[in-house]
Design a protein. Sequence first.
Length: 130
Amino acid sequence: MELQIKRTDFSEESTIGELSVNGVFECYTLEDKVRPVKIAGKTAIPSGRYEVIINFSQRFQKQLPLLLNVPNYEGVRIHSGNTAANTEGCILVGETKTDNFIGESRWAFNRLFEKLKIASETEKIFLEIA
């Protein structure tokens, strides 16, 4: 399965993008601000291609998608949330977007997570961030 995030909206607070699954728009994303130098918990991960697995998150106490081998980051997950205050370097997903906010996040996450769980049983999942 191929996921892609196209970052589209850049502000002083956050980065909003569009997530596609196998080339079809799925939902919006919200990440921390893109910065030239990492500030812990306040910087979007580098653009690139990452393998995604599903495993147990100690922090959230449930199964969540995890990005592997993100340079200088650990524990980068895809999960629900609405603003940059909810990210700490992770990728949030939502159905709607406004300035520095994505809405209907749990609904968007649950729909995406079902697709990821099914795909993970038979194939690798990759996320490309452009």
